[in-house]
Write a protein that binds this ligand. Structure first.
Ligand code: NAP
Length: 254
């Protein structure tokens, strides 16, 4: 997706995975400072990387997680494009969120970015997570409503927007973060997992006649925003979508 965007913009460059076990994070960042225009950061470094950066965008600081680093004259600047990328994916799909009741399932790095973005945009955000303490910490940090296990059913039923940010369902079309039949009465269901493109949660929501959105649009939008931070050039979204869809189709082949 990033290399397709580089080609479309007539820029030279490549985008590669740099496997980085946690003990090597500091050394990897020194290498990045010397040799790279920028990088994305993913599990498990999105939060721990903050300690090694020279500067943070206001969003990254508030969220407490970085998914994009720009190297500017050997300074490392951290951003979070998951947050605006998620909002752009809702806008593109025509899913409303301002003044709506949003329920976020999960309390990891993606949940932090999404809950922050929704709150900034005027949604009423609640969080449920398997590990209550993690949800409590997120709610305290960002001023959100906490949903405990006994109240989950009611919170799901009454929300306008349900977002799965847990990894339940990732590469597994049979598992869902919610028990069967536990769905919003009338709200939209978003699953930020992009492989499989339709998760079990989405399938159940579709069968109940609810609007759904998968994780590919967020992936493409956060990538396009990162591309623009690294290059200063507008990303070609159509080309990025095509490349991401082609790669996913390959990955899904038996
Ligand atoms: P993370 O920080 O590791 O958080 C994982 C979350 O999933 C935690 O809330 C965890 O709960 C929950 N979880 C894991 N296994 C569970 C289980 N068996 N039952 C219930 N809850 C479980 O990961 P992340 O970075 O937030 O990413 C989460 C997901 O979002 C991944 O699937 C990732 O691929 C996807 N993602 C998509 C995009 C996109 O652009 N579409 C961007 C970022 C992430 P506990 O706290 O209880 O462990």
């Amino acid at each position: 997706m990033q290399e397709a965007a580089l080609r479309a913009a007539g820029l030279e460059g490549s985008y590669r995975a740099l496997e980085t076990p946690p003990p090597f994070l500091r050394a990897r960042l020194q290498e990045i400072r010397r040799d790279y225009a920028g990088v994305n950061v993913t599990i498990p470094h999105k939060e721990s990387v903050l300690a090694y950066l020279d500067e943070l965008s206001p969003e990254a600081r508030a969220i407490g997680a970085v998914n994009t680093i720009v190297c500017d004259r050997q300074r490392l600047i951290g951003y979070n494009t998951d947050a605006p990328g998620f909002i752009s994916s809702l806008d593109e799909a025509g899913i409303p969120y301002r003044n709506k009741k949003a329920l976020v399932l999960g309390a990891g790095g993606a949940a932090r970015a999404i809950a922050y973005a929704l709150k900034e945009e005027g949604a009423h955000v609640a969080v449920y997570n398997r590990t209550l303490e993690r949800a409590q910490a997120l709610c305290k940090a960002l001023g959100l409503h906490l949903v405990s296990a006994p109240l989950l059913d009611a919170a799901v039923h009454s929300c306008d927007l349900l977002i799965n940010t847990t990894s339940v369902g990732l590469q597994d079309p049979l598992s869902s973060p919610l028990p069967e039949g536990c769905l919003p009465r009338a709200g939209a269901v978003v699953d930020i997992i992009y492989n499989p493109p339709v998760t079990r949660l989405m399938l159940e929501a579709q069968r109940a006649g609810l609007p759904t959105l998968g994780g590919l649009p967020m992936l493409v939008w956060q990538g396009a925003l990162a591309f623009e931070l690294w290059t200063g050039v507008k990303a070609d979204l159509r080309v990025m979508y095509q490349a991401a869809q082609a790669r996913l189709a390959e990955a899904l082949q038996p």
